[in-house]
Design a protein. Structure first.
Length: 378
């Protein structure tokens, strides 16, 4: 009995010590707060506490060369490194610290987005451009249903946005936007980096866009879901003729019917839109060519894809309410967009050609979604 009492007392003492240490850490953090990033009227301050570092730099997507440029930070009191930069133009930026040559996240910033296998802290500069990127007063719902793909041979995960009011009005049906990511992304890319839920929430709340369902599939046929779920990937030989356009065929013959069966979607071409960036822009073009009567709204964005005049003529005959083509003027795919624009012009195919500044970046793709979404289903 005495041994048991000694053991219980020791356990309680250990637990108390651990709890006291946790409180001590919390108190220590309160005594020496490190705020990062701190947005001021015309500048932003970044800070990092790094006791043993010798060189600390800041790398950010606002820099002329975000992959190579970095800004030196200065060691201050209590080994807090700091740098102040001029406030960038309104946009969502990503950044990281480089500590003695090693990329480090900002431990003080809870706002993080995932780009494939990289997690990056976010800096949102407020302004007209970003007003729809923050939280609206009312919110839609984001879910992750799974569909069975006979074409690809397994169940696959989707991301689906349903607008505010979807749950409360079980009789109302909605149009659907199929929104496709680019290379390196997955079914969470448009939600994490594209701010899809926030943009749609704001546009719908303001009466600028029709309430709609947004379906964001995983465009990597070898993946069942995002790599964060740790599901082994299937190795596929995409040179095989039998696998050509397998994902696009799954999208049009499996995902669209699944959504129209399990969600309150209007099953008509006039209530279907398809859009995608980069690789997803190529998928958008391919889907519209292979299934010309499926989507009345087609939006290739910085598209890694092409179509022949004959294919576009067939699509034109099928009837399209909106063909929205967009690309950045310094995008490496800009000449491909120019070529597509010229083909559409030569055919007399009515379309909108939206050219923005900048390159192959999420800053542009958020802008494009914010621009074309109000034009859908009108």
């Amino acid at each position: 009995m005495k041994k048991i009492l000694i053991l219980v007392t020791a356990c309680l003492a250990t637990a108390g010590a651990l709890h006291a240490q946790e409180l001590a850490n919390f108190a220590s953090g309160r005594q020496r707060p490190v705020i990062s990033p701190e947005i001021r009227q015309d500048s932003v301050v970044f800070r990092l506490k790094a006791d043993y570092a010798t060189v600390v730099k800041l790398s950010g997507s606002w820099l002329p060369n975000p992959w190579g440029d970095a800004i030196d930070m200065v060691r201050g009191e209590n080994n807090v490194w700091e740098v102040t930069i001029p406030l960038p133009e309104p946009e969502i930026y990503t950044y990281n610290f480089v500590v003695d040559g090693v990329a480090v996240y900002d431990p003080q910033n809870v706002l993080v987005q995932r780009d494939g296998t990289r997690y990056l802290p976010m800096l949102t500069v407020p302004g007209k451009r970003t007003e729809n990127y923050g939280e609206a007063r009312t919110h839609g719902t984001v879910s992750h249903p799974w569909y069975d793909s006979k074409i690809l041979g397994y169940s696959r995960r989707l991301t689906v946005y349903t607008p505010y009011g979807y749950e409360s009005n079980p009789k109302k049906k909605y149009p659907v936007l199929y929104l496709l990511h680019g290379a390196g992304g997955d079914e969470e890319a448009w939600i994490s980096m594209g701010r899809t839920a926030q943009i749609l929430d704001n546009l719908i709340e303001k009466g600028l866009a029709e309430p709609m369902i947004v379906v964001m599939p995983n465009g990597n046929p070898g993946q069942q879901a995002a790599r964060t779920l740790n599901i082994p990937e299937k190795q596929m030989d995409w040179r095989s003729e039998s696998l050509r356009n397998a994902y696009v065929n799954s999208l049009c013959t499996e995902i669209v019917p699944f959504i129209e069966k399990h969600f309150r979607a209007v099953p008509k071409p006039a209530s279907r839109a398809i859009a995608g960036l980069s690789m997803g822009g190529g998928h958008t073009i391919t889907a519209s060519i292979l299934y010309p009567e499926m989507f009345d709204y087609i939006c290739p964005l910085s598209a890694a894809g092409d179509a022949t005049p004959e294919q576009l003529a067939t699509l034109q005959k099928a009837g399209v309410k909106l063909y929205f083509l967009a690309c950045g003027s310094s995008d490496f795919l800009f000449q491909r967009a120019e070529s597509m624009h010229a083909k559409l012009d030569d055919l007399g195919f009515p379309h909108e050609y939206f050219v923005s500044e900048g390159g192959h970046t999420w800053a542009n793709w958020r802008l494009y979604l914010n621009t074309f979404a109000p034009k859908l289903f009108k």
